[in-house]
Ligand binder design. Structure first.
Ligand code: FAD
Length: 385
């Protein structure tokens, strides 16, 4: 059985690795000639880590991950700590650590584990046709590929989604812009073993440790969509948005490299219930695009991959049946993640200022128990518990 996998992102590569481990042959087609991940880093929560463990990447992932032992919220203006607690109870409950990792390094790990030379780069799929015993993918260079089924992991702008759903879906702007990048750890900004977030005015500034003595940083600012962006003004823009904020925030802005800082307008897609049509399955952001507010988009793609391989191998009624079982196991889970992230997004980014003010006030009373319970619930809802 041969799978055509479209897209060599986190979803596509996790799927290709999972399918090969389950005994399928795969061919991966990627539109770009060279991978340039959109964000600087990504937090892989234990549900995602468990999936990568299942793909045989445990030791390699651990080597890329930062030591995120504590979590803290600070007041953006005064810099004072609102709450700080250990992540150890979470690790104890779910049985695995969270790993923030540099995105390029995660991507390289997945690609090299599969075999970089095996991936067909520069192959942009334009359409797919299904017939009684397989699928044909058509690429923009006029070439085509045949397989028994297709895994479309072609991201949030998926072209295959239309084939599966029979209609076009619009992405929804979530109301804020995110700047992110990597910077050398400076403990005068935040402790090296802590996920630190400064909050205020519906904005946030966050730092997470990744390997190699680096912080993954990001800034969120509620803004209208479509503002002109210019790398030359990134630092001045951030100084303006965070004027009057605490000294560590100013120091972080001073230390970032504008040339490697990404600016992303954050979107999601209203969850839908169909991931499969015949022999074509959507996976990752193609199936469920979420805001990054609970750090679960990439983790959900890894979960998809593991479940896909499970459902295709655990049943004997054929590919189409196996794909429908994949859909049945993933629709509710991913809807839950997208809607949880949307809710968190709205509270964090002051969609309703009163609700956000209440959240800030509640952080002063937070012992960690409530936050960790919510995270454990999300993590344990994954396919590997
Ligand atoms: P993508 O990464 O978009 O990969 C799709 C691939 O398909 C690309 O390589 C693309 O070039 C290729 N492609 C597209 N069209 C075609 C075509 N027609 N033919 C062939 N190839 C094609 N998730 C987490 O789990 N934790 C986090 O902390 C986190 N933080 C985030 C922060 C930000 C700012 C953002 C924007 C997202 C974050 N996410 C996070 C979400 C995560 O990045 C995505 O969910 C994940 O990258 C989705 O992987 P994917 O493979 O489905 O899609």
């Amino acid at each position: 059985m041969k799978a055509i996998v479209i897209g060599a992102g986190i979803g596509g590569m996790s799927a290709a690795l999972a399918l090969e481990k389950a005994g399928f042959s795969t061919a991966v087609y990627e539109a770009v000639k060279e991978m340039k991940p959109v964000g600087a880093a990504i937090s892989i929560w234990p549900n995602g880590v468990k999936c990568l463990n299942a793909l045989g990447l445990k030791a390699q992932l651990r080597a890329l991950g930062g030591n995120m032992a504590f979590m803290a919220y600070n007041d953006g203006h005064s810099g004072s700590t609102l709450t700080r607690f250990s992540l150890s109870p979470l690790v104890q409950q779910v049985g695995e650590y969270p790993y923030p990792v540099a995105r390029a390094e995660l991507q390289a790990l997945l690609i090299d584990s599969y075999g970089r030379e095996r991936i067909r780069f520069g192959k942009r799929v334009e359409r797919v046709e299904q017939h009684a015993s397989g699928v044909t993918a058509w690429f923009d260079d006029g070439s085509q590929a045949e397989g028994d089924f297709m895994v479309a992991a072609d991201g949030t702008h998926s072209v295959i989604r239309h084939h599966v759903l029979g209609e076009h879906v619009e992405r929804r702007y979530a109301g804020y812009v995110n700047w992110n990048g990597l910077v050398t750890i400076d403990e005068s900004i935040a402790p090296a073993d802590q996920w630190t977030t400064f909050v205020g005015e519906g904005k946030r500034v966050s730092l997470m440790p990744v390997s190699g003595n680096r912080f993954y940083f990001f800034f969120d600012v509620p803004l209208p969509k479509g503002l002109a962006q210019d790398r030359a003004t990134v630092k001045d823009d951030l100084r303006g948005y965070f004027a009057g904020w605490a000294e560590p925030v100013q120091r972080l802005i001073a230390s970032i490299d504008a040339q490697t800082t990404n600016r992303v307008e954050i979107h999601d897609i209203e969850p839908f219930s169909r991931f499969v049509r015949g022999r074509v399955a959507l996976l990752g952001d193609a199936a469920h695009s979420t805001t990054p507010d609970i750090g679960q988009g990439g983790c959900a793609a890894m979960e998809d991959a593991v479940v896909l391989a499970q459902t295709l191998t655990a049943h004997s009624l054929g590919i189409e049946d196996g794909l429908l079982r994949y859909e049945a196991r993933r629709v509710a889970r991913t809807r839950d993640l997208v809607l949880k992230a949307r809710k968190r997004c709205d509270v964090t980014h002051a969609k309703d200022a009163a609700v956000t003010a209440e959240w800030y006030a509640g952080l002063k009373e937070e012992t960690g128990e409530r936050v960790l319970a919510g995270m454990c619930d999300t993590i344990e809802g994954g396919p590997l518990g």
